[in-house]
Design a protein around this ligand. Sequence first.
Ligand SMILES: C=C(O[C@H]1C=CC=C(C(=O)O)[C@@H]1O)C(=O)O
Length: 403
Amino acid sequence: MILSRTVRALLGAAADTSRPFAVWRRPNASGAESIVGCSAIGRRQIFGDGNDGPFFALNRFVTADANLADAIEGDVLVRGGEITFRAGATYAAGPDTDAQAALHSAAQSRDPDAPIHADDSGVRPVQTDRAAYEKLVKRAVEAIGAGAFRKVVTSRCEARPLPEGQDLIALFEALAAKLPTAYVCLVRIPGEGAWLVGTPETLVSVRDGRLATIALAGTQWAQEAVALADICWPDKIIEEQALVSAYIRRALEAAGFRDHEETGPRTVAAANLVHLRSDFAADVKGEDGARLGDLLTRLHPTSAVLGLPKAPALDFLTAHEGYDRSYYTGFLGPVGFDGATDLFVNLRTAQIIGGTAYLYVGGGIVAQSKPDVEWQETVEKTKTVGTVIDGPADGPAQLSRAG
Ligand SMILES: C=C(O[C@H]1C=CC=C(C(=O)O)[C@@H]1O)C(=O)O
């Protein structure tokens, strides 16, 4: 998937004029879609009254209200390669406002081949080295042993330099080519760098009157060629994933979606990794949004990114994790875009500030977890986005080994 020169020029003009944009390729889709905001990032309610998208939502790991997100307004949309501009309640082929006209004219005079960079400003996250991460995991296992919680998801950040003059869109295209089944997106936020994401995890999707969510947990990585169906999971991981499924089931029921369907767990591939995944679906035809908003606030952050029970797990992370996750393990995605809302957990992700990519990675810790294995799991997880940061794209990622 290669963005057209016209779309490249539009996104480049947005970057040059400090306007936020998001460009994404949905799982198994061939083309990309985009939203460009003509104003700075604002705040929007995702589900509920007054939600008249489209906009692109971004929420942080720690948030007072998951249903109230940072938002890139849908002032300009790109669908099927076609650019349209918001004109009141509809979209037109040409600009309708002065801000849209200014963006359009900046796009027309921009060299489409000129690279698009991330701003060099933004708060750079603190990195955690191997010794400190293993100490964190050991501490988490001790807290579980002392009965503080059953599971906690610890994480860390690692910086990698980008090649000189690296183009953000080239990184996005390379990642999309590598990860055909992931949700791949690039969000450029003036003053805060950009996020490059290749996530396997849907948080909530609502389209055609159906709601879908998943419980994703447990990680193994490649050792030798094994068919997905033949991959065995230790009891520790089966229990860890079952905890996440139980948590999602409870959230669905508490929000009033009692007649939901559940399938799985089954093994799924995500780049060089495999996970256990259960799928949940419910009929939401005629919903006014209140129950969906309630569900979102119950789901986020799920026990796949925080732990269980949530409150003591968060207290532990606040006290010991030692850095700000920012949008990592938050969620993002288009809202009210062609009548659908698709939110994904911000995993397998890098924040790019200037010429540096900050990779965020983590893993679920339970009573039997071993610090060195948990460290290795985070190293394996850096490879999902790291594959395009460290080298050129060479076709879709293959699961060659499992263990
Ligand atoms: C927290 C991450 O992964 C989560 C999602 C799938 C599997 C996970 C695990 O095996 O621990 C994590 O819960 C991450 O990739 O940074």
